[in-house]
Design a protein around this ligand. Structure first.
Ligand code: GDP
Ligand code: IMO
Ligand code: MG
Length: 436
């Protein structure tokens, strides 16, 4: 039996939603284990496009359980909206399809306001957060001042916790951030309403998943954001506030590392980034503009234009090491179908020195110049390719070169946003490797 973790290898938006949706066919349970509604995972099935922020991307299949682990920060208002939207479209009709960890921390209105106010105060030096209150919610978790999903259904406990923390937050908002505070009664009533609707979904996620594994069911863990947005291993401070690497699946879902059988990293055939922070291969020219246009690179959560650039191998190498990857899912190959030549950054140059890994100091990374090699483009539409042999020679060469430079197999190539626009070279849920 296989239990597989899917993570982003770059700065998010690699196409994790598509890959998770595709592989859900072979899984029984799909689990989000970190992040919150800063994520925007797009799933395209037939004529339908759904962007999921909190509910795992397995939601479009009947009979599969979607789990939100303890490592996720949950905005109850967003969760309810998402459930309602899915139901309106005829999905996710059975309440038993969703389980939310009672230990997951709640995003409160003051988290959102603090997030936005801090960014405003930082001005030019801002991180470019999604403004969803993610960082402040994780801060309260670690400070042991958070309110958890399980508290939503316990009115008395919820009120006590809110009563203790709200005056502190109001004081901080008023004196440090010059912003407005919140009325205790109004927040309490709002969240009481959420609690009434959501308490039926609360439960012990670790117990559930481990029980499922014992019964031989297959689990798919869905990472959010990307490796270089990890709070420890990313381009700090231009990161998110959770551990986005594969190890986060263990802490964020209550599953031991011995239960994980494979880790697949998702990478675009080029690189994008939303928000601030260094980006060595960024293209502030017509080529970058072309990638943005062809790849429709606008944020799934905030609508912001994504910064675009060539594929960065040092980023991928770091990601392979940090996640213990067993394979790469390479997405958006079709987007590069219009270029005469395509570049791959194989290393960086820093003050005359060649660097193969991503330096941990952000000020050093900022000064890094990419070292490129150039490859001929394939100048063809790839969307109809269904096996590796269907790809033009130059496209096959591009994939093989990535394998060579990273020492890792590209097990899936995505050539369009739809489920079927995929070349699955090896299915991680099927034991015997099948090569196309
Ligand atoms: P995620 O956050 O990693 O799930 O990625 P997003 O959904 O934020 O962004 C990926 C975007 O690329 C979405 O609009 C997907 O529909 C789209 N996408 C995924 N794979 C492919 C692909 O192979 N080709 C094209 N053209 N689009 C893709
Ligand atoms: P998915 O799961 C891309 C970025 C934000 C900002 C930084 C911190 O769709 O790949 P935060 O709101 O988390 O405190 O913002 O992280 N960021 C993402 N970028 N994809 C995401 O999620 C992201 N989630 C957060 O733009 O730079
Ligand atoms: Mg996204």
């Amino acid at each position: 039996m296989a239990n597989i973790v899917i993570v982003g290898m770059q700065w998010g938006d690699e196409g994790k939603g598509k890959v998770v949706d595709l592989l859900t066919e072979y899984a029984d349970v799909v689990v989000r284990f970190q992040g919150g509604n800063n994520a925007g995972h797009t799933v395209v099935v037939g004529q339908e496009t759904i962007i999921l922020h909190l509910v795992p991307s397995g939601a479009l299949y009947r009979g599969k359980t979607c789990v939100i682990g303890n490592g996720v920060v949950v905005d109850p208002q967003v969760l309810l909206q998402e459930i309602d939207e899915l139901r309106k479209r005829g999905h996710f009709l059975d309440d038993r399809q969703l389980l939310v960890s009672e230990d997951a921390h709640l995003i409160m209105p003051y988290h959102r306001r603090i997030d936005v106010a801090r960014e405003r105060m930082k001005g030019e030096g801002k991180i470019g957060t999604t403004g969803r209150g993610i960082g402040p919610a994780y801060e309260d978790k670690v400070a042991r001042e958070g309110i958890r999903f399980g508290d939503l259904g316990e009115e008395k406990v919820f009120r006590e916790k809110l009563g203790a923390i709200l005056p502190v937050k109001n004081h901080y908002l008023d004196t440090c951030l010059k912003d407005q505070g919140f009325d205790l009664e109004a927040v309490f009533q709002e969240y009481r309403g959420y609690g009434e609707r959501l308490k039926k979904f609360a439960g012990n996620v670790s117990l559930f998943i481990n029980g499922q594994i014992r019964q031989g069911r297959q689990i798919l863990f869905e990472g959010a954001q990307g490796t270089h947005l990890d709070v420890d291993h990313g381009t700090y401070p231009f990161v998110t506030s959770s551990n986005t690497v594969s190890g986060g699946a263990c802490t964020g879902a209550g599953v031991g590392p011995t239960r994980i059988t494979e880790v697949i990293g998702v990478s675009k055939a080029y690189t994008t980034r939303v928000g601030g922070g260094p980006f060595p291969t960024e293209l502030n020219d017509a080529v970058g503009e072309k990638i943005r246009e062809r790849g429709r690179e606008f944020g799934a959560t905030t609508g912001r234009p994504r910064r675009c650039g060539w594929l960065d191998i040092p980023l991928l190498r770091d990601s392979i090491r940090l996640n213990g990857l067993t394979g790469i899912a390479l997405t958006k190959m079709d987007v590069l179908g219009e270029f005469d030549t395509i570049r791959i950054c194989t290393a960086y140059q820093h003050r005359g020195r060649r660097i193969e890994e991503v330096p941990s100091q952000v000020q050093v990374l900022k000064e890094c110049e990419p070292v490129y090699e150039e490859h001929p483009g394939w100048k063809a539409e790839l969307r109809n390719a269904r096996s590796f042999r269907d790809l033009p020679r130059q496209a096959r060469h591009y994939v093989r070169r990535i394998e060579e430079l990273t020492g890792t197999r590209v097990t899936l190539v995505s050539v369009g946003e739809k489920r079927e626009e995929t070349i699955l070279r090896r299915n991680p849920f099927q034991r015997r490797p099948r090569r196309s």
